[in-house]
Design a protein around this ligand. Structure first.
Ligand code: SF4
Length: 329
C-alpha cells in the first residue's frame, strides 16, 4: 500500500455476527484493509470464508440476521456503515457499483436494458432522456454488445449469460462510480467467456478510474486481474500482499495451498493440488489458528492461540511460523 495518500475505502476491524437462538455466531472477525483510488483489490477464499459477507457489509446489503457488531467502513474518509438506508442507497447507486455472480440479480426482467440504463443514469445525473440514451448506447458499445443501437431496446432474457454480464458491467459503470464490487462475476458463465469478461472489467475500470473489489474463490482470476490480494479463511484475513508476491511466493500455508491450485498452462502435469479437508462451518471453527486441522506445518501453539495478522517483509500474514513472539518448539 505504499504511496497511498487518502484511501478510497477503509475497512477497519470489521466484525460481522449472525444472531441465532443459541447466541451470536461470528462470521467475519477483525478484517482491516484499505484500497487506493483505481486499485484492483482481490479477496479470495473458499466458500464460507466470509468474503461475500465483507462485500455485502461494504455496500450496506448484509441480510439479517447478519449484522456488523464492531469496526467501521469509510468511503473517501466518510463513515458509511452507520448511514440510514436511503442515504446508503444513494451511495450504492452513485459511488459504488455492483456486479454479482448472476446478472439477473441486477437486471429487472420486465424492462429493456435501455430503460434500466437510462433510469439509473437519470437518477444520479441531470442528463436529459435523450442524452442518457446516447450515453447508454455508448456504454453498451464499450462493453462489446454488437448492434448496441438496436440491442438497447431488448429485454434481459434476449441476451446470453455472457452478454447479460456485459450489460451489468455497463450498468455498474454508467454513473462513473469510484468503486465497483464484483462478487464472483464470472462464476456462472461458460469457462470460454470468463476470461473475456474479466479482461473487460479490468480494462473498463482502468479507463473509468474505478477501483475494484474482486471477490472470488478462483485464485487464477485474481492472478490475472488484481493489484493486491487478501486471502480469507474462516472469517479472517490470513495473508495480504501484492498479487505478484503472493502468487509467486505465498507465505501462509493456506495461501500456498490456494496458489498450488491455480492450473498452469505451461505444465502438462496438473498442478491442481487440493488442500486436504474443508473450510470449517461457522458453528465449528477450531480454536487457535482456524486452519490448524488442515495445516501441514501445525505446531502445538497453533491449537491454542490464534495468530494475529502482522507485517512480514512485503506482506501481512497471520501464522505462528512468522510471529517472532512465538519460540519454536
Ligand atoms: Fe499452520 Fe500454525 Fe500457521 Fe496456522 S498458525 S497456518 S496451523 S503453522
Amino acid at each position: 500500500m505504499t504511496g497511498m495518500t487518502v484511501p478510497l475505502l477503509t475497512v477497519d476491524h470489521l466484525r460481522i455476527e449472525f444472531a441465532t437462538r443459541r447466541g451470536p455466531l461470528v462470521a467475519v472477525e477483525d478484517i482491516s484493509f484499505a484500497i487506493a483510488p483505481g486499485e484492483v483489490f482481490g479477496i479470495v477464499g473458499e466458500s464460507g470464508a466470509g468474503k461475500s459477507l465483507t462485500g455485502q457489509a461494504i455496500i450496506g446489503l448484509l441480510e439479517p440476521p447478519g449484522h456488523i457488531t464492531a469496526g467501521h467502513i469509510a468511503l473517501s474518509g466518510r463513515r458509511i456503515d452507520n448511514l440510514p438506508y436511503a442515504q446508503m442507497r444513494k451511495i450504492r447507486g452513485k459511488q459504488i457499483g455492483m456486479i454479482f455472480q448472476d446478472p439477473l440479480t441486477s437486471l429487472n426482467p420486465l424492462y429493456t436494458v435501455g430503460q434500466q440504463l437510462v433510469e439509473t443514469i437519470q437518477t444520479h445525473t441531470d442528463m436529459s432522456a435523450s442524452r442518457a440514451r446516447s450515453h447508454a448506447v455508448h456504454l453498451l458499445e464499450e462493453v462489446g454488445i454488437p448492434a448496441a443501437e438496436s440491442r438497447i431496446d431488448h429485454y434481459p432474457y434476449q441476451f446470453s449469460g455472457g452478454m447479460r454480464q456485459r450489460v451489468v458491467i455497463a450498468l455498474a459503470l454508467c454513473v462513473n462510480p469510484a468503486l465497483i464490487i464484483a462478487d464472483e462475476p464470472t462464476t456462472a458463465l461458460d469457462v470460454s467467456i470468463q476470461a473475456q469478461i474479466i479482461a473487460l472489467l479490468k480494462q473498463l475500470c482502468a479507463e473509468y478510474g474505478a477501483a475494484v473489489i474482486l471477490i472470488t474463490h478462483d485464485m487464477g482470476v485474481i492472478a490475472e486481474t488484481a493489484d493486491r490480494v487478501a486471502v480469507m479463511y474462516a472469517g479472517r484475513l490470513v495473508e495480504v500482499g501484492t498479487v505478484r508476491r503472493v502468487v509467486k511466493q505465498a507465505t501462509h500455508p493456506y495461501a500456498r495451498g490456494l496458489m498450488n491450485a491455480i492450473p498452469s498452462l505451461h505444465q502438462h502435469q496438473s498442478r491442481l493440488v487440493q488442500i486436504d479437508g474443508n473450510m470449517p462451518r461457522l458453528t465449528d471453527i477450531p480454536g487457535g489458528c482456524a486452519f490448524h486441522p488442515r495445516c501441514p506445518k501445525c505446531m502445538a501453539i497453533c491449537r491454542e492461540k490464534r495468530p494475529n495478522l502482522i507485517k512480514n517483509g512485503p506482506v501481512q500474514v497471520a501464522c505462528w511460523l512468522y510471529d517472532d513472539t512465538h519460540q519454536p518448539e
